[in-house]
Ligand binder design. Structure first.
Ligand code: SF4
Length: 341
């Protein structure tokens, strides 16, 4: 079993003004020691809700979270169970999670089982902060340094897994690059497992060992990062990775892909991506494809990529529409990229 295992997670929330929204509709993923799992998807796809579910910050309407063999239940006012202390979360905005009136050293020491100045200095060193940082207040640091402090606080608990929700989003490019490298070093040196939620595809490609792609509350593709990048199996992954070209061939997650993002309160029938998918055919709006294993630890949820099939090149996807027999096409295969939809 993986260190952190999320199985068939369902999360609902009440919408202001009434009505329920299913933010996560049966998503699974796992994080092993010494690996970084990137979770990507457009804004509103449910990835941050899934991150919160992973550490017990939101109640589940279905599914389960296991951490080192223990069930992760929604947090209550009672102290966090000792067996879950090694599961930590780092938020996007470190300033909001640090107490502005307390020195950094005492905030890091909060997480230590046996607090000592020497151990606080050690943790500071791990994240590249000088030992003298202990005696200073949060406002005396830059955004990148504050995020290092937030990571140091998480490391003080001697974690096995850290869930990082957009940890680099508020930083400038050079601080992002430094912190991304730090995350890789920590993972390798300490054997940590990291779940990295990010809208920045370039960073995920750079640091993650594997990637999970989420769309409207469900996982549409999972697999080792480089194969997913070089040959995405799901049309949504293909669109994300190809949507915004980048000089080094990576890309940043666009604000939105062509077409409207559906309302999660009323997801489309069948495949949730079908109203925006250039390859959609009749079956897509009628039946929802499951995430199935294709090859080499790679999975996708698309009727064009049946279980065990050979990964299709984008140009070959249209040919796979012949599966199953007898369907009629909704439209002709596109000849150009998704940007022209
Ligand atoms: Fe597109 Fe159909 Fe595959 Fe969904 S199942 S991604 S609509 S081809």
């Amino acid at each position: 079993m993986s260190t952190l295992e999320l199985k068939d997670i369902v999360v609902d929330y009440e919408r202001r003004g009434g009505g329920r929204v299913r933010a996560v509709a049966g998503a699974s993923l796992s994080v092993d020691a010494g690996t970084i799992v990137g979770l990507v998807g457009e804004s509103g796809c449910g990835k941050s809700t899934l991150a919160r579910a992973a550490v017990g910050l939101v109640p589940l309407a279905g599914g389960s979270v296991q951490f080192e063999g223990h069930q992760v239940n929604p947090l209550t006012r009672r102290a966090r169970p000792a067996e879950l202390v090694k599961l930590q979360l780092v938020f996007q905005n470190p300033y909001s999670s640090l107490n502005p009136r307390r020195k950094i050293g005492s905030q890091i020491a909060d997480g230590l089982a046996s607090p000592s100045a020497a151990r606080v200095a050690e943790v500071c060193e791990l994240v590249g902060l000088p030992a003298s940082a202990q005696g200073r207040y949060p406002h005396e640091f830059s955004g990148g340094q504050r995020q290092r402090i937030a990571i140091a606080r998480a490391l003080a608990a001697d974690p096995s897994v850290i869930v990082l929700d957009e940890p680099l989003a508020s930083l400038d490019a050079s601080a992002q690059a430094q912190l991304a490298n730090l995350l890789v070093e920590l993972t390798r040196e300490l054997g940590l497992g990291l779940l990295l939620i990010s809208h920045d595809l370039a960073i995920v490609r750079h640091v993650a060992d594997s990637v999970s792609v989420m769309y409207l509350g469900v996982m549409v593709e999972t697999g080792p990062t480089l194969p997913v990048w070089s040959l995405p199996l799901h049309p949504y992954s293909e669109a994300l990775i190809g949507a915004v070209p980048h000089p080094d061939g990576t890309g940043f997650l666009p604000e939105s892909l062509p077409g409207e993002v559906p309302d999660p309160a009323r997801p489309p029938s069948g495949c949730r991506f079908h109203p925006r998918c250039p390859y959609a055919f009749d079956r897509c709006s009628a039946e929802e494809p499951e995430l199935v294993e294709i090859a080499d630890g790679r999975s996708a949820a698309c009727w064009l990529q049946p279980a065990g099939s050979v990964p299709a090149l984008p140009g070959e996807r249209a040919a796979n529409r012949a599966v199953p027999a007898g369907v009629t096409y909704r439209q002709e295969p596109p000849t150009d990229s998704l940007e022209e939809m």
